[in-house]
Design a protein around this ligand. Sequence first.
Ligand SMILES: [Zn+2]
Length: 98
Amino acid sequence: MMRCGKGSATAIGICHHRLREGLIGVNCESCNSETRPNKVRKQHWHQGKRYIVENVDAEVCTECGERYYHATTLDAIDKLLAGDHAVKEVLSVEVVCV
Ligand SMILES: [Zn+2]
């Protein structure tokens, strides 16, 4: 499983919170501000492979930008990636250590 929290932020600032069922619209766990539904570009790991998935439904904090994903959204992405799917673009990524 992916770790979650400030220490695991990626190059594009995605956190891997999983929303519990029915919790869409709750306040941000980091700063307690309001979240709003939005479409985002998400880094997603599936069976040891990293994907960038566009047009993903998320709840985004209006204050700090933290993203929250509904469990059913993440399951739908896993299902999509497990089967035949169109690939829009293939990226190579630099991995650095600080
Ligand atoms: Zn926040």
